[in-house]
Ligand binder design. Structure first.
Ligand code: GLU
Length: 469
């Protein structure tokens, strides 16, 4: 092989989700890696929009923008499978012409009836249509038939899968599946092979749920004398309860992940470590290093568990990176509700970011925090943690704070410590309610950090509001 051509071939029947992002990511990585040795290698994108009822343009758009957002960049123009129907039909007809396929008139009811009968007799016959192939009249029909593949008599079909290893099945286990339906539309089995061949795809990496289909696809490749690609079927991702990853495990689609404030780097880092590790127990790994180290053969055969705690851990790590504030800025701009604050007081938002970033798991957590600090109408309701004595203490402390000219860490720290020791009170019994009247939360960053975020004027306003309430 002098180049590796991979592809991601999603059906636009739903939003891009974690499982398919992982498939796209691994295809992307493999082609990027191959490019270093074989510069003509490529990663292609094909939208398999053949199911007219379930496909929707909004999903295609979501897949495309999602991949862009993640930085999973494909080469060349996107191929839309629905625009290639005539080519698929042409191939089905040529298979028919060369006696590698046959016309079939069985109705689905007839076939279902046979299947049930076989089931009762406890026999497993995969080729339910057995009357059409050798019926001359049917084979002479001009219309009202579908085209089914003829399965060769070779006893077995072998797949040397890069992940699953060598797997062999008996050909009699394969059904004589439909290539072209009666309404002249191609089936997935046919389209996928024709498109992969025409796009020169020689490395097919996809979910394990397609493994059984690969044995069928190979029959078409063989009939046409086309080179069979190498296969790698990825084990599926499961939720923590062991079932297939779905909505009920948390956000799985790209819109949700983006809206909650997960970063592409965290998603990529997390997904690539499912069933693979770069050795040396290293968990933080960026895309460049992944491309250098990733080997598909080292991917585990068994399914992996997706753990949201881990995703949050990575997200928190990347939020704290040098350019972390840029992520927040972009997030605020796309989220909208606090955009006015960003325009008005970016510096304050920067201080909030620096103060909170080590605790923040997802960017949306910042939105509430920003709203608390920048809300000009901020008021706290009386609460059982705020007793009368506290109000007196706050009034006294306010007088001390007012005198501070330089509103900086050391000056504020000295003022607070002096006050606490003079009044002989415990720090926490003063700090907690004070934090509450400034942020509506008894827990949070150190009081001095809160003073610094609010600034002198706002700190005093909030304290006064409380005193006068
Ligand atoms: N369109 C198929 C899907 O979304 C994938 C086909 C393939 O990779 O061969 O499941």
């Amino acid at each position: 092989m002098d180049r590796i051509i991979t592809r991601f071939a999603p059906s636009p029947t739903g939003y891009l989700h974690l499982g398919s992002i992982r498939t796209a990511l691994i295809n992307y990585i493999i082609s990027k890696k191959a490019k270093q040795k074989f510069p003509n290698s490529k990663f292609l994108l094909r939208i398999e929009d053949t199911d007219k009822l379930r496909s929707n343009e909004k999903y295609s758009e979501n897949i495309i923008s999602g991949l862009n957002w993640l930085g999973i960049q494909w080469d060349e123009e996107i191929i839309y499978q629905s625009q290639r129907f005539s080519r698929h039909k042409e191939i089905a007809l040529s298979l028919l012409k060369f006696n590698l396929a046959f016309k079939c008139v069985c109705t689905s009811e007839e076939l279902e009836f046979k299947r049930k009968l076989n089931e009762k007799k406890n026999i497993s016959i995969k080729r339910l249509c057995d009357k059409c192939e050798n019926n001359k009249n049917i084979q002479l029909l001009e219309n009202n038939y579908c085209i089914r593949i003829k399965i060769p008599n070779e006893p077995r079909t072998l797949i040397k899968d890069l992940i699953q290893g060598n797997v062999e099945i008996k050909n009699k286990e394969l059904d004589n599946f439909i290539l072209l339906r009666q309404d002249n539309t191609p089936t997935y089995m046919l389209s996928v092979v024709v498109d992969d061949h025409d796009m020169n795809v020689n490395t097919i990496i996809r979910g394990n749920d397609h493994f059984n289909n690969a044995f069928r696809h190979i029959q078409i490749y063989k009939h046409l004398g086309w080179k069979i690609p190498q296969y790698a079927h990825l084990p599926l991702i499961h939720g923590e309860d062991g079932s297939k990853l779905s909505k009920r495990h948390g956000a799985v689609d790209i819109n949700k992940l983006k809206n909650i404030g997960y970063l592409p780097k965290a998603i990529i880092n997390n997904l690539i470590l499912l069933g693979w590790s770069p050795k040396k127990d290293k968990e933080i790994i960026d895309i460049e290093e992944i491309i250098k180290k990733f080997e598909i053969q080292n991917l585990s055969k068994s399914s992996s568990i997706f753990d949201y705690k881990k995703l949050k851990y990575f997200n928190n790590y990347y939020i704290q990176e040098v350019n972390g504030f840029d992520y927040l800025e972009k997030f605020i701009n796309s989220e909208g509700s606090t955009k006015q604050y960003l325009i008005k007081d970016k510096d304050k938002i920067k201080i909030i970011f620096e103060t909170y970033k080590d605790k923040i798991k997802t960017l949306n957590e910042f939105i509430d925090i920003i709203n608390i600090y920048l809300d000009e109408e901020f008021v706290v309701k009386n609460n059982n943690i705020l007793d009368k004595n506290f109000k007196i203490l706050v009034s006294l402390f306010l007088t001390n704070l007012q005198k501070i000219e330089v509103w900086k860490n050391d000056e504020l720290d000295l003022c607070l410590k002096t006050f606490i020791s003079e009044k002989k009170i415990k720090f926490s019994s003063f700090g907690k309610p004070l934090r509450y009247i400034l942020t509506k939360n008894v827990v949070g960053p150190p009081i001095i950090s809160i003073f610094l975020i609010l600034g002198k004027e706002n700190t005093l306003i909030r304290m006064n509001k409380y005193i006068n309430s």
